[in-house]
Write a protein that binds this ligand. Structure first.
Ligand code: PLP
Length: 426
């Protein structure tokens, strides 16, 4: 017997097949201790993961391998697990402190200084429940009804819905792939789009989801120069900033504030939720450039209410003590992005794939496979990925595949994707 469910996530509705019988129960007893393995992606088995209750593992039939939403198949970094365990043991389950300069904000500033060599002024940081609500609140407060917000599709799909929900207009300035498959900016097109009179802000995603592009310092300065010329405010989503692979460099937008007026008036949104897998705990940060402090302070408190106390505790632990775990994670992800390349070359050579420069999201060009809807076909074969269409019309014929899983699951998924045989979803 089969029940059809509908799952709405970030404005996107999937029709899902879930069994009408009960789902597997969550793990019983004590959590498995972190065994100190170098690769956090090899700790959990498929059986462990199938007991999870979060969206990634519950949205689809248990026989499906879910490589879609940006959750990771890891345990918590030890520093986070210890901080949360201490809070649970002490019954520390009250409200989050929204303005504690010595807590998460200081830890974030230290992390940015040590990891990215940039100084963050704790007073410039405001806690928000999550990045999207921060973006929505800023758009509602700092832009006017009907004004245009520029984005670079194919791009993280909720950008479209949050801009529209705020009553603003989406203005698309697409990224374009170069011959190597890197999706980059067409600066002439960008300038023309920024010059449109309705465009007053630009929501940039760096590192970019879903393409994995990392915009370098000179590209960011070029963007900032154009934004300044056309009086457009920069809003920058840097949630994937900690997830840049070896050989690449993440340039925090506010590190350009001394050279660029557009950077000095920018507002950056970030969170520990992607790099340490904490989205269910609900805590993010918005960081105002030196000329944007007053604007950020003007955002009404109810618009950003709902920061989770456990989210704050976990984020502080991540920024302060999660660096070694993050290094091990990046090493594992780096191996997975390369493994995916070899698996695809061997089993699905029609798919074009350039390993991402950041993020655990792989952007696959499936047009040569000739499927009408590649994500639907892969789901029939037992692998859930995000359809490229969600990210804008430029994503047609593409899918986004989440590599933050074990090499075994990744290999099993590619094997399934390459085999024209449906899995049993009854
Ligand atoms: C670019 C980007 N921004 C924001 C989010 C969502 O973050 P939050 O849960 O903090 O709103 C994601 C999640 O995958 C993302 O990829």
């Amino acid at each position: 017997m089969r029940a059809r469910w509908s799952c709405e996530h970030d404005g996107h509705v999937d029709n899902l097949c879930l069994p009408s019988t009960s789902q597997p129960s969550p793990p019983a007893g004590e959590p498995k201790p972190f065994p100190g393995q170098p690769n956090p992606l090899t700790v959990l088995t498929l059986a462990d993961l199938r007991r999870r209750r979060s969206l990634k593992w519950r949205a689809y039939h248990p026989n499906v391998l879910p490589l879609w939403v940006a959750e990771m198949d890891t345990l918590l970094a030890p520093a986070i697990r210890e901080a949360l365990a201490e809070a649970v043991a002490g019954g520390d389950t009250g409200y989050a402190v929204s303005a504690d300069p010595t807590g998460v904000v200081e830890a974030f500033a230290e992390f940015m200084a040590q990891r990215h060599g940039t100084s963050v002024e704790p007073a410039a940081c405001t806690l928000v429940p999550d990045v999207l609500r921060g973006i929505g609140a800023v758009l509602s407060q700092l832009t006017g009804g009907g004004e245009g917000v520029l984005i670079n599709p194919p791009v993280y799909h909720p950008f479209f819905s949050y801009i529209r929900f705020a009553g603003r207009r989406v203005v698309e300035s697409p990224l374009v792939p170069d011959p190597t498959g890197r999706w980059g900016l067409d600066l002439d097109r960008l300038e023309a789009d920024l010059a449109r009179p309705e465009v007053t802000s630009y929501l940039l995603c760096n590192p970019h989801n879903p393409t994995g592009t990392v915009f370098g310092r000179s590209e960011l300065l070029a963007i900032a120069g154009l934004a300044e010329r056309h009086g457009v405010r920069m809003l920058v989503d840097e949630i994937h900033g900690p997830l840049v692979y070896p050989g690449g460099t993440f340039t925090p937008f506010l590190s350009l504030a001394g050279e660029s007026a557009a950077a000095a008036s920018a507002i950056v949104f970030t969170s520990a939720s992607k790099a340490w897998n904490l989205p269910g705990l609900v805590a993010g940060l918005m960081v105002a450039g030196p000329d944007a402090r007053g604007d950020v302070v003007s955002v009404p408190a109810p618009a950003i209410r709902g920061v989770g106390h456990f989210g704050v505790i976990a984020a502080e632990a991540a920024f302060r003590g999660g660096g070694a775990w993050l290094d091990a994670l990046i090493e594992g992800l780096d191996a997975n992005r390369k493994l995916l390349g070899s698996l695809l070359a061997a089993e699905l050579p029609e798919i074009r794939y350039r390993a991402p420069d950041a993020t655990y999201l792989a952007w696959l060009d499936c047009r040569e496979l000739g499927f009408a809807d590649p994500a639907a076909e892969f789901l029939r074969r037992g692998v859930a990925v995000n359809s490229g269409d969600m990210f804008g019309r430029q994503g047609s014929g593409h899918v986004r595949l989440n590599i933050a899983t074990s090499p075994e699951i990744l290999a099993k998924a590619v094997r399934r994707m390459s085999t024209d045989q449906g899995v049993d979803l009854d």
